[in-house]
Design a protein around this ligand. Structure first.
Ligand code: AMP
Length: 424
């Protein structure tokens, strides 16, 4: 298949795709759309960044538009379940854009915001409901949601749902759904629990796999910067000095850590904002929106807040710390190099993170190149690794900053050191 025109999609959808500048379907779209148009169930093994939202949204919109039925009160014709608020908003936005001009009613429901407007819209019935599990169950329990007009059910990011402890919530929702429907399940990886769930939910599904389990997007240039923990703020500042770096997503392990990075950057007059679970939904959306529009250069996020979010122009990912769950590394760096672009992922690794780094490398099945040229290179002796191939001429020794920094760390009292506030 060469372009979208060869698919039997509604002309209005083709127009919307053209407007968005989509010419060629991505591999998951090319493989999944024809089966989905035939009404088949689907097991999609794909990460975000592969175009999976359009892969499931386009055939759904097509189906709903070709056979228009008025949704009855409290009912929806399609339910899309996804783990985070950001993903839910993003999916609803995509459905709206792809289906613009088809007068489909869409609604997104998630927690952390008042439920009244959600209930009011639901009372009239919608074509597509995008939801996170918690708020959906609340609305179901209160009788605001009924499933007897459901035609298509999508379970998105199933492995994330499992990681986030939503598996029982999902089972509760699935138990209420009608038997006769089309079901799609997407997951980046296929742990045993998800495979079992898929076996129960899907009826003779087509299996489409676009990225092998736990491999990293090839277009991302990955580097690891070995650095003393106290020097991480300085290293971040020195990287951000490069004005060519226009859009950076910084990941921290904790919410507190994210706030500290933002405070540090603000002290350096670098505009930054954080998104994490302790921020209000409005603050998260505002930060994300400003970042997406290119008005905020640095967004600092925790893993959960940034899961699956789609910001096409992110050129650099900085792992301010190495995630303890190696799968998070893959998800983190997958926020760049989206839709055919290239990206750079830099991971800061101090001596306490050696095991976490090794686990990441085991997970991605390759060793990440060590950048020995940055100004703060230097960590405990056991961390000094062989320089990557092509840099075996002892680049370490030539680094004029390495020893200077070490000395400074040992002689200056802690409270007087700059960047000390970044310590955990
Ligand atoms: P997703 O994996 O659904 O989060 O999509 C990743 C990104 O790819 C989004 O920014 C989409 O807008 C973009 N995208 C999806 N399909 C295509 C396509 N066929 N051509 C170009 N960009 C696309």
């Amino acid at each position: 298949m060469q372009n979208f025109n060869s698919l039997d999609l509604h002309p209005v959808i083709l127009g919307a795709l053209e407007k968005k500048g989509y010419i060629t379907p991505t591999p998951i779209q090319a493989q999944a759309i024809p089966h989905l148009m035939e009404g088949k169930d689907l097991l999609g093994i794909a990460q975000t960044g592969t175009g999976k939202t359009a892969a499931f949204s386009l055939p759904i919109i097509n189906r709903l538009a070709k056979n228009k039925v008025k949704p009855r009160p409290a009912r929806m014709r399609c339910l899309i379940l996804t783990p985070t608020r950001e993903l839910a908003s993003q999916i609803e936005q995509s459905v709206k854009e792809y289906g613009k001009g088809l007068a489909l009613k869409t609604l997104v429901v998630f927690g952390g915001v008042p439920s009244k407007p959600q209930i009011q819209t639901m009372a009239k019935g919608v074509d597509v409901l995008v939801a996170t599990p918690g708020r959906l169950l609340d609305l179901m329990a209160e009788g605001h949601i009924l499933f007897n007009q459901l035609e298509v059910f999508v379970l998105d990011e199933a492995d994330r749902m499992l990681d986030m402890g939503f598996i029982n919530d999902i089972k509760k929702v699935v138990a209420k759904l009608p038997k006769n429907k089309q079901t799609l399940l997407f997951s980046a990886t296929m742990p045993k629990d998800i495979a079992t769930l898929a076996g129960k939910m899907l009826n003779n599904p087509v299996r489409v796999e676009v990225t092998p389990e736990s491999t990293t997007v090839e277009k991302i240039e990955q580097k690891v910067n070995l650095v003393e923990k106290a020097n991480k703020p300085l290293l971040l500042k020195s990287i951000l000095k490069d004005k060519e770096i226009k859009s950076v997503l910084v990941f921290t392990r904790t919410k507190y850590g994210a706030d500290r990075v933002v405070r540090h950057l603000e002290r350096e007059n670098i505009l930054a904002a954080a998104i994490h679970g302790n921020k209000s939904q409005a603050a998260r959306e505002a930060a994300l929106c400003t970042f997406k529009r290119g008005r905020l250069r640095v967004l600092v996020a925790t893993d959960i807040a940034a899961r699956g979010i789609d910001i096409p122009h992110v050129s650099h990912i900085i792992n301010y710390d190495i995630p303890s769950d190696p799968k998070s590394y893959v998800h983190r760096i997958g926020r760049t190099a989206r839709a055919g672009r290239e990206g750079i992922a830099i991971s800061f690794c101090d001596s306490s993170e050696e095991t976490a780094l090794k686990n990441v490398e085991k997970c991605i099945k390759s060793q990440i190149e060590v950048d020995t040229t940055h100004a703060y290179h230097g960590v405990a002796p056991q961390m000094v690794r062989l320089p990557p191939l092509g840099a075996q001429d002892g680049t370490n020794k030539k680094n004029p900053y390495q020893n200077r920094n070490r000395k400074r760390i040992s002689k200056t009292p802690r409270h007087k050191r700059r960047g000390n506030s970044e310590r955990k």
